[in-house]
Design a protein around this ligand. Structure first.
Ligand SMILES: [Zn+2]
Length: 362
């Protein structure tokens, strides 16, 4: 008898997360505590429950200004090493408690220098926090491994500097690089020197592309910049035509993405908030899963989207009727697409993921 697929049982299944923002995953109470300790006076409320609701509503409002305000608060309270260590440690614990066994958590170091921290101090604080959180979780019997991605902000001109930082810390837990921030007006090709440098260093990177912006952004990310994965990549469906009789035609770019097994870091709840999809049931992930693209499921911003890895999977189960085999497929896809070494990925797939799902289906 297979275990029923519910939110509670999904929490016990091993899961892999590739797209999660450190400054988008704070606990509401932690935002309040850190604001208090750091003298940050701009929070809309100091009641944790109200603040959690405020974050979700502001992110849900459809207003970019209100959405960005949510990050002004989380980034605003993370301007000293103690705060950064605590946020990273709690992120590792929260992911472990949710049954995540491997995660790549990303952040833009350049956002945390307002209090005078150097980029190196910021990276080292995050790594220290993750190590602490992994150890705390392990003591509770939950094993999680966290890799870090360093983001450069598209609107700033520091991508080469951040890429060099990522390479400098690659033996200390930084597994890759990303560019984030507004897609419109800031094409990934503005950062070609950073991507060129990373390729010469045999380093890994993903690019936020095809979230709000269309196919040109995806095409540039892959063919000009050399991105190994796509952050979101939702708009790849614009290059797929489904006839009334169900016949599917893939354009050349969509074919390339599928043929080359380019991983799509899809974030269902977050995509609803930014208007990239109208509902989970209408989210392109259903079609892309059916067409066997290399689809992965992710959280993006757990605080703003009021979501978890298990919650995202449960929402997909409800919308598309997925079972354990589908959830295992998403999980193995994600693990195959991670930026850690092949042998380490294989070990997690064979020793943790496959036995975990086998037990649930036994
Ligand atoms: Zn993102």
């Amino acid at each position: 008898m297979s275990t029923p697929v519910t939110l509670e049982t999904i929490r016990t299944a091993p899961k892999v997360l590739l797209h999660d923002h450190l400054d988008g995953g704070l606990r509401p109470q932690t935002v309040i505590d850190l604001a208090d300790a750091g003298g940050y006076a701009n929070l809309p409320t100091t009641d944790a429950e109200e603040l959690g609701v405020w974050f979700a509503e502001a992110a849900d409002s459809g207003s970019l200004v209100r959405y960005l305000e949510t990050f002004a608060h989380t980034v605003g309270v993370m301007q000293n090493t103690d705060a950064i260590i605590r946020v990273a440690a709690e992120a590792a614990e929260d992911l472990a408690d949710d049954g995540v066994v491997y995660a790549e958590v990303r952040y833009a170091p350049e956002l945390f220098t307002e209090g005078g921290l150097s980029l190196e101090q910021i990276v080292e604080a995050v790594q220290e926090g993750f190590r602490q959180g992994e150890a705390t979780a392990a003591a509770r019997g939950k094993k999680v491994r966290i890799g870090t991605l360093l983001c450069a902000m598209r609107q700033n001109a520091r991508s080469l500097e951040i890429a060099e930082l990522a390479v400098r810390y690659r033996d200390a837990g930084v597994v890759g690089f990303d560019i984030a921030g507004p897609e419109a007006g800031f094409p990934p090709t503005r950062n070609l020197d950073a991507f060129e440098y990373l390729r010469q260093q045999n380093a890994h990177f993903t690019i936020h592309a095809g979230e709000a912006f269309g196919l040109p952004s995806i095409w540039e990310a892959i063919q000009h910049c050399g991105a190994e994965r796509l952050g979101h990549g939702v708009r790849i469906v614009d290059d797929i035509k489904v006839e009334e009789d169900g016949t599917v035609h893939l354009g050349r770019l969509a074919s390339y993405v599928r043929d080359r097994r380019i991983p799509l870091e899809m974030c269902p709840s977050s995509n609803l908030q930014t208007g990239a999809a109208a509902s989970i049931a209408e989210h392109p992930i259903g079609l892309l899963h059916r067409l066997r693209f290399r689809v992965t499921v992710n959280t993006d911003n757990r605080l703003m989207s009021h979501c978890s890895m298990s919650g995202e999977m449960a929402a997909l189960v409800e919308a598309f009727g997925y079972g354990w085999a589908d959830l295992q497929w998403f999980t193995v896809n994600a693990m195959k697409s991670a930026f850690i070494g092949f042998d380490e990925r294989l070990a997690i797939i064979n020793d943790v993921i496959k036995p975990g799902y086998a037990a649930l289906q036994a």
